[in-house]
Design a protein around this ligand. Structure first.
Ligand code: FAD
Ligand code: ZN
Length: 472
C-alpha cells in the first residue's frame, strides 16, 4: 500500500494527499450514520490529475470513492471501514470554465459549489434554477451523480434536465469529453444520461455543461394553510391552472415538521397560525412585480373562496420571501437536532398521495404507537420526504436498531402498491441497495449489472453502492 500512496502523492503533490489526523470531514457522512476509514483522501486539482489517480488505483487494484460536498443522505460518498479505499475528493476542481450567453449555457468543473454556479449565472443576468437546502456546500458533480431534485423541479426539472453535457473520467482512466452544449444530439446511446444518477459507480464526473434560463422579472412567495392533503392537491391543481409555467415552487409541510422547526429554531418566523398542512408557493413572472402580485392574490382569493385553504400570506419583500424559504429548508436540520430518524424519499403520482398517506399514517400508528411523522416535500412533483421520528422520549438509536426494517417494509410496500418509487431524489447509496435488490424488477437489475460490468469491469468505482453484492 505504501507504493500506492507514493504514486498518489506524486499525482497530486504531497499537500493534497491526506492520511493522518482527523479525516471525519470526508469519512463521516452528513447524517453521521456512516463512518468509514479511507486509505487516503486524495484531492486532485485538474482532470489530468484525476486521470493519474484513477490509473494509479487501477494498477494497484484499489477502489475509489468519489466525493463532492459530502451532503448526500444515503451513505454513497463515504468510504467503507476496510481502510483500503481511496477517497477521491473533487472539491478542488472548482473553476467555471465558460459561460455562453447566446447558447444559455455554463460549463463548470465538478467541484464547483452549487451556490457558486447559481451566483455565476446571476452575475451574467441569468438563472441556474437547481436549488436545494444543501446548496451552500453540495457540488455540481454530486448533484449530477445523484440526479438531485430540489425545489424548482416542477418548472425546470431535475439536475438531469439541466445538464447538456459531461466530461467523465472512466474506470480505466480515459477522458470522455461530452461537454458539447447541444440541445439536440441523436448520435447513438445517451452516455450523459447513463452517468447522471449513477452515484459514482460508472465514472467520475469532472465537468458539466449546464443549461441556464432568463431570470424572471419578479418572484413572489406565499404560505397557505390547508386542512388536509386532498386540499393541498386541490390547491396545486388550481395554481397550475391559473399560473401555468409561472408556478416554480409548491412545497408542503405537515404540522409536526413546522413544530420541530419552531422547537429547534425559535427565532424563525411562523407567519400563519398552526394548520394541519402549510403550503409554500412560489410564482415567477416575466412581466414584473405588479403583474405577479395580482395573479398570486387572485389565485389565493379563489382558493379561499372555494374553501381549499383557510388562510394565506404573501411575502412583502425579498427578505420576507427568503425567511419563508428558510423555514421550509430548516426542516431537515430541525429533524437532525431532534435525533436520528428514518428517512423515506419517495415519489408517487400526485393523485395517489392523499390515499397513500391516509393508509400509511394509520398503518404506522397501529404498529408503533406514538410514532411521529415528519412529512414534507415537493408535492408539485409528487415527491414526499415521509420521515419517521421515534416516539417522544424514546431513544432514537435504539428505536432505529429495533424497528427501522419493519417501518421501511410498511412504507415501501405502500409506495410500490401505489405505483411509486422508493428513491425520488436522494439516490440509493448504501441506505437503499437491499431494498432496490428486492423491489426492482429482475430485468431492470440485470440490465443495471450489465452496464456496471461493461463500464467498470473490475468493480473499482464506488463498489457496493447502488447494486448490492460484488458486480465483478
Ligand atoms: P456527495 O455527498 O459528496 O456525493 C453524493 C454521491 O455522488 C456519492 O455516491 C458520491 O460517490 C457521488 N459523487 C459525488 N461527486 C461525484 C463526481 N464528481 N463524480 C461521480 N460521482 C460523484 N437532494 C435533493 O435531490 N433535493 C433536495 O432538496 C435535497 N436537500 C438536501 C438538504 C440537506 C440539508 C442535505 C444535507 C442534503 C440534501 N439533498 C437533497 C441531498 C443531495 O443528494 C445532496 O445535497 C447533493 O446532490 C449531493 O452533492 P454532494 O456534492 O454533497 O455529493
Ligand atoms: Zn427534497
Amino acid at each position: 500500500m505504501n507504493a500506492l500512496l507514493d504514486r498518489l502523492r506524486a499525482c497530486v503533490g504531497p499537500t493534497q494527499l491526506l492520511t493522518d489526523g482527523d479525516l471525519s470531514a470526508w469519512e463521516l457522512d452528513w447524517r453521521k450514520r456512516w463512518r468509514g476509514r479511507a486509505l487516503a483522501v486524495v484531492r486532485p486539482g485538474s482532470t489530468a490529475e484525476v486521470v493519474a489517480v484513477v490509473r494509479a488505483c487501477a494498477e494497484h487494484g484499489a477502489s475509489l470513492v468519489p466525493q463532492g460536498g459530502n451532503t448526500g443522505l444515503v451513505g454513497g460518498g463515504v468510504p467503507d471501514a476496510s481502510g483500503t479505499q481511496v477517497l477521491l475528493s473533487l472539491q478542488r476542481l472548482n473553476r467555471i470554465r465558460a459561460l455562453d450567453r447566446a447558447n444559455l449555457t455554463l460549463t463548470a468543473e465538478a467541484g464547483c459549489i452549487l451556490q457558486a454556479v447559481q451566483q455565476a449565472a446571476a452575475d451574467a443576468g441569468l438563472l441556474f434554477p437547481l436549488s436545494l437546502a444543501a446548496e451552500g456546500s453540495c457540488t455540481i458533480g454530486g448533484n449530477l451523480a445523484t440526479n438531485a431534485g430540489g425545489t424548482q423541479v416542477l418548472r425546470y426539472g431535475n439536475a438531469r434536465e439541466l445538464c447538456l453535457g459531461l466530461e467523465v473520467v472512466t474506470a480505466d482512466g480515459e477522458v470522455w469529453d461530452g461537454l458539447a452544449g447541444l440541445r439536440k444530439d441523436n448520435t447513438g446511446y445517451d452516455l450523459r444520461d447513463l452517468f447522471i444518477g449513477s452515484e459514482g459507480t460508472l465514472g467520475i464526473i469532472t465537468a458539466a455543461t449546464l443549461e441556464l434560463y432568463p431570470r424572471p422579472a419578479a418572484q413572489l412567495t406565499a404560505f397557505a394553510a390547508a386542512a388536509s392533503l386532498p386540499d393541498c392537491v386541490a390547491l396545486l391543481g388550481l395554481a397550475q391552472a391559473r399560473l401555468h409555467a409561472g408556478l416554480t415552487g409548491f412545497e408542503v409541510m405537515n404540522r409536526f415538521a413546522l413544530d420541530l422547526v419552531a422547537r429547534h429554531f425559535a427565532d424563525l418566523p411562523r407567519p400563519l397560525p398552526q394548520a394541519e398542512w402549510t403550503v409554500l408557493l412560489e410564482l415567477s413572472d416575466a412581466d414584473g412585480e405588479a403583474s405577479a402580485r395580482e395573479r398570486f392574490e387572485a389565485l389565493l382569493a379563489d382558493a379561499l373562496e372555494r374553501g381549499v385553504i383557510g388562510d394565506a400570506v404573501v411575502a412583502e419583500s425579498l427578505a420576507q420571501a427568503r425567511a419563508l424559504w428558510h423555514v421550509r429548508e430548516s426542516i431537515p436540520l430541525a429533524q437532525a437536532e431532534e435525533g436520528l430518524n428514518i428517512k423515506h424519499d419517495i415519489a408517487l403520482p400526485v393523485s395517489a398521495i392523499p390515499g397513500f398517506c391516509a393508509h400509511t399514517d394509520a398503518a404506522l400508528a397501529r404498529a408503533f404507537p406514538g410514532i411521529r411523522l415528519v412529512n414534507f416535500g415537493h408535492l408539485g412533483d409528487g415527491n414526499l420526504h415521509y420521515n419517521v421520528q421515534a416516539p417522544e422520549g424514546a431513544p432514537a438509536p435504539d428505536f432505529l436498531a429495533r424497528h427501522e426494517h419493519a417501518v421501511n417494509t410498511i412504507v415501501y410496500d405502500a409506495v410500490v402498491a401505489a405505483g411509486g418509487s422508493i428513491s425520488a431524489e436522494h439516490g440509493v447509496g448504501l441506505l437503499k441497495r437491499e431494498e432496490l435488490a428486492g423491489r426492482k424488477s429482475p430485468v431492470a437489475l440485470k440490465l443495471m449489472r450489465a452496464l456496471k460490468t461493461a463500464l467498470d469491469p473490475h468493480d473499482r468505482l464506488n463498489p457496493g453502492r447502488v447494486l448490492a453484492g460484488p458486480t465483478k
